[in-house]
Design a protein around this ligand. Structure first.
Ligand SMILES: [Zn+2]
Length: 473
């Protein structure tokens, strides 16, 4: 229970009835000082006393316990009280400002504004790479515990679809305009959107500005709109900290995917494919007209919850570094000390890397991989972007491969990672030839949250360097 809020509601009701603290004290048989502590949020009243006060004030008990501040002024006082109680404020060694009628409104507004700005600046500063990595790791743990299925977001998306009477198949641009209109926003495609933004929303005029991009370039423009609308539908406020920011982004992206590939249509589609033992991410993508990555990620939302198929998902750069990863099938990803996976090199024997050696990496690619955690089957797709090529992988334990097209592949590799002799160390013949005679300059993944992985050359794959030199020799 928020004691400050309760105190404000009590005081509001007492004053509305024209009672002084002494009057109320006489009615409930408690000292005025005790009631004052309660009104100031400094003491928690027993339920019996609360009931006595409610009947003395002639209001239902629920009225005192409501979650809304009784007035805007009260809301500001509650916010200030909470700021002043925080450990951050205590650490400043400043006096607490006394709340009450003697505090002028403009002083109150100004203090609140300064506190909010201080909180924002501190939150920004605290988002160090390590904090960011920990936030990522804890978010991943939460996604894993829910099998990456967010029922509240599914329900919100289903509610929106129903409100625009979308009844079948992929969501069109028209449907997206309807959704925006339903939520009370208009969409405006402009040529001069700041390049650091996906979209900008004018809250006063309920206008969403989006970039004028030709379809097929960069992000799916429908997804960008839906992600933005997702923040409003899901009731997101200014993120408290970096973890909150990440969670909101995950939820908004989930919301967009749940509209582009609605559960109501996606589940029957996948169920039919599973019955034919022909689950395929490409088919899922084609049926809903989304990107491969969106389809692969959406599959992880539904696979375990609806079909009992545990899965893993990765997006891996051609250099071997992980950009995104999720698992609930116990596959053992490489991690750093904070438990973060982003920025770590994936085993060279895993499908997300062997695909780059394939004769035709753009055609369907399937592989069984024996790992220290068991045998996994994976389906991989390679996409080219401005930052290079990426493999997008969906994998599942051996016994579930039979539900997928390509589940009978004869391609198989053996991975012994994290044993460093698996692939972390270059072959000794190459080391003998090149150690001490090579000097690569690392390409820094500055946008990655992770620190550079340790190695002979930080951030560089020694084997690739040696092999390159070997070819030129
Ligand atoms: Zn390995």
């Amino acid at each position: 229970m928020d004691l400050v809020l309760l105190g404000q509601r009590l005081r509001h009701q007492r004053r509305a009835k024209g009672l002084t603290l002494d009057d109320l004290s006489a009615l409930v048989g408690r000292a005025p000082s005790q009631l004052s502590l309660i009104e100031n949020g400094k003491r928690e009243p027993k339920l019996s006393l609360l009931q006595a006060m409610a009947s003395a004030l002639d209001v239902p008990l629920q009225e005192l316990l409501r979650a809304e501040p009784p007035s805007r002024r009260a809301a500001l006082e509650i916010e200030l009280a909470h700021f002043q109680e925080s450990s951050v404020y205590a650490g400043l060694g400043l006096p607490s400002v006394r709340l009450g009628r003697r505090l002028p409104g403009d002083a109150l507004e100004s203090l609140i504004g300064l506190h909010r700005e201080l909180s924002r600046v501190l939150a920004e500063q605290s988002a160090t790479p390590e904090v960011a990595r920990r936030a990522n790791a804890s978010l991943r743990a939460e996604m894993r515990s829910r099998d990456n299925y967010f029922s509240a977001v599914e329900e919100a998306a289903a509610g929106v679809l129903q409100s625009v009477r979308h009844s079948t198949g992929p969501l069109s641009q028209r449907g997206i305009l309807d959704i925006a209109a339903q939520i009370g926003f208009s969409l405006h495609y402009v040529p001069d959107l700041p390049s650091s933004t996906r979209s900008v929303t004018d809250l006063r005029n309920r206008r969403i500005y989006l970039p004028q991009v030709a379809s097929g370039k960069g992000h799916d423009p429908r997804a960008v709109v839906l992600q933005t609308l997702g923040h409003f539908v899901l009731g997101h406020n200014d993120p408290k900290d970096y973890g909150d920011f990440l969670r909101q982004r995950v939820e908004a992206n989930y919301f967009a995917a749940a509209l582009l590939m609605p559960e109501k249509f996606a589940v029957p589609f996948l169920a039919a494919a599973k019955a034919d033992r022909a689950l395929a991410i490409d088919d899922f993508r084609d049926a809903f007209g989304v990107s491969y990555e969106t389809a692969a990620h959406r599959f992880t939302n539904l696979a375990t919850h609806h079909f009992g198929i545990p899965v893993h998902f990765t997006r891996v750069h051609e250099s071997g570094v992980v950009y995104k990863a999720y698992e609930n099938d116990n596959v053992r990803f490489p991690t750093d000390v904070t438990g973060a996976i982003e920025g770590q090199p994936i085993c060279r024997r895993w499908a997300s890397r062997t695909v780059f050696q394939s004769e035709d990496p753009y055609s369907s690619f399937y592989q069984f991989t024996d790992t220290v955690a068991g045998t996994y089957w994976c389906t991989v797709h390679v996409e080219s972007t401005r930052s290079g090529e990426f493999s997008v992988t969906v994998g599942t334990p051996y016994e579930h491969a039979r539900w997928f097209r390509g589940g009978d592949t004869s391609r198989r590799t053996v991975s012994r990672c994290p044993d460093p002799s698996c692939c972390r160390r270059p072959p000794s013949s190459l080391v003998d030839t090149w150690a001490g005679h090579a000097w690569p300059s690392a390409r820094v993944h500055s946008h990655l949250l992770a620190a550079l992985p340790p190695g002979t050359f930080p951030g560089v794959d020694a084997q690739d360097v040696y092999e390159f030199l070997q070819r030129r020799a």
